[in-house]
Write a protein that binds this ligand. Sequence first.
Ligand code: NAP
Length: 343
Amino acid sequence: METVAITMAGFGNVGKAFARLVHHKHAEIMAAYGMNLKIIGISTRSHGSLNLKNGFDLATLSDFTGNFNEQNFPGGTSYRDTLEMISNSQADIFIENSPVNYENGQPAVSYITRALEKGMHAVTANKGPIVHAYAHLQELASQHGKKFLFESTVMDGAPVFSVVREALPVMHIEGFEGILNSCTNLILCRMESGESFEEAVYYAQSIGIAETDPSGDIDGWDAAVKVAALATVLLGYPSTPQDVQRQGIRSITQQDIHAARQAGKRWKLVCQAEKKEDQWLLSVSPKMIDSSSPYFSVDGTSSYILFRSDVLPGLGLLESNPSPDTTAYGMLADLLNIYRKAG
Ligand SMILES: NC(=O)c1ccc[n+]([C@@H]2O[C@H](COP(=O)([O-])OP(=O)(O)OC[C@H]3O[C@@H](n4cnc5c(N)ncnc54)[C@H](OP(=O)(O)O)[C@@H]3O)[C@@H](O)[C@H]2O)c1
């Protein structure tokens, strides 16, 4: 029986879902892979940073909402911040889910750097480190004989990166297109049902899909960072969200939605990478599409990507109804894939 000790940054929607999933799948993972997963460190921004040598009780952690301190977890050691916690951790793998920083990927880049330097594998759901430090982090991982994986950064738990990496040897991607932002797709669908833009945004906020300040989604930043992450990793074209031609959905009116419906079409926020005269053109923009498009019927919070390649002219992946639970699964799958390979 191999024990795999996990330390985590971020215990919000995804971090909590990850802890619940580790608890739920613990016995199955022991039986299938002979691995005993233990969470031995958790850090947050304002709820403490704590290492607990023998591991948190997974059942307790599954619905824990308090502070990570020595009062709540006797025997634990508190730290000032995440970097200090990682530096003092004996974990085998670092699971990173702090909020995305579109500008420079920090502090997640520093956290992952420190974890790899400490000899841990690293897994993140955070797109910032991919678009701002992918080459550096991969190089560092390989210098230390460790893995750095990031499946959940695009399309939550759907295997976008791993399917290309593992199942499609010598395939050359010639472009991709799709719907990669759940929030804007939901808003456009609600507007088709008659809601105003403001009502649809309010609904998305009320169910936790849109943030209090929804501009990251509505103005296309989240979609752009995903396009940049895909381009960086799968096209070998290092890009930041600032390199993506970006237009959000603020300009789409009820009249636009109605006119599209009358013509048997729909508005979608389309993410695209296409080659023009040997140059990659990356874009996010609202487009009116017709029923011949493979993502015409992608509704609500679902997402879709279509790859065009030299060997498969069109390969599509659809993810229905994502949630923090599906994101957590992408991270657990990364972890298991690292150890299944190493074994
Ligand atoms: N939600 C999804 O379904 C989804 C899907 C795909 C990818 N992601 C990515 O997953 C990551 C986490 O998302 P989430 O929805 O779980 O976010 P969230 O609910 O806002 O939780 C963020 C967590 O990170 C902690 N945190 C904030 N700043 C930090 C810092 N500087 N250092 C260490 N910890 C810090 C917060 O601590 P406090 O509680 O103390 O503030 C909180 O525990 C993000 O990068 C997001 O883009 C999320």
